[in-house]
Design a protein around this ligand. Structure first.
Ligand SMILES: O=C(O)[C@H](O)[C@@H](O)[C@H](O)[C@H](O)COP(=O)(O)O
Length: 240
């Protein structure tokens, strides 16, 4: 685990962009493709600003979703819709770069379909191994759409699961399970703001068993990219 604290949001965002750029370069050199998983929420806002600044061959990128809301792409709640409106037409990314969820079906069907899509992009792999997953963390310690005390935390067979009772609206989503998350080469949390300081301490110092605590790739690295505010309670401990 690597905990990297930025002086402020812009500093940690730049450090995260540098990390993504380096992993993309290594991945393309080795595999001739860079397979990245995106999350929604504030990390999406940061990425839509940061991704276009990355010096890379975007023709080798494929962008997946660590989780996605089961809503129409033109809904304000669609994570893909947010990335599309910010990046397509304004960057070198096109719709074809994104692996989107099936529209107009139940969450269960969308999860099954996304699993089939993953099989096409990770041929022959017993579990998809992403080069990098970009993760947010909610104030309750959830990540992807894996929420505290939810049965999906214990899912060990499915790669992509459906949730219809998400405590964070909208209620219907699909999500990577820990089976896929913890098979990734790199998991990168981007967590900013003083409202996250308490949960960051609960996870990184108190070691409470919360969903984000369970992100620990079996043969990969987990990075916690924190601004000073989100790391504030951790730093108080170090000063004591
Ligand atoms: O689609 C989603 O809702 C996200 O994937 C979710 O996991 C998000 O990353 C966290 O809720 C953190 O969101 P914030 O950074 O906005 O608090």
């Amino acid at each position: 685990m690597k905990i990297i604290v930025g002086k402020n949001k812009d500093d940690i965002f730049q450090k995260t962009i540098n990390l993504i750029e380096n992993v993309a370069k290594e991945s393309i050199a080795k595999d001739n493709i860079f397979k990245i998983g995106l999350s929604g929420g504030s990390v999406a806002t940061f990425l839509t600003i940061g991704i276009p600044k990355i010096k890379t061959d975007f023709t080798k990128w494929k962008l997946f979703f660590c989780d996605e809301r089961n809503v129409p792409e033109d809904s304000n709640d669609s994570t893909y819709g947010f990335y599309k409106s910010a990046l397509i037409g304004t960057s070198k990314l096109t719709e074809d770069h994104f692996i989107r969820i099936k529209q107009g079906v139940s969450a269960k069907e969308a999860a099954a379909d996304y699993t089939e899509q993953l099989k096409r992009y990770f041929p022959g792999e017993t579990v998809p191994k992403f080069h990098l997953l970009l993760l947010g963390m909610g104030p309750d310690g959830h990540t992807c759409s894996l929420f505290p005390n939810h049965p999906l935390l214990e899912e060990t067979d499915e790669w992509i699961a459906a949730i219809t009772d998400s405590p964070k609206p909208p209620s219907e989503r699909i999500t990577m399970t820990f089976k896929v998350v913890n098979n990734s080469k790199n998991c990168v949390f981007v967590v900013c703001g003083k409202e996250k300081a308490g949960i960051v301490k609960r996870i990184l110092h108190n070691k409470e068993d919360l969903p984000a605590s369970r992100v620990n790739p079996t043969s990969g690295e987990v990075y916690w990219m924190l601004d000073e505010e989100a790391a504030g309670d951790l730093q108080k401990i170090n000063e004591d």
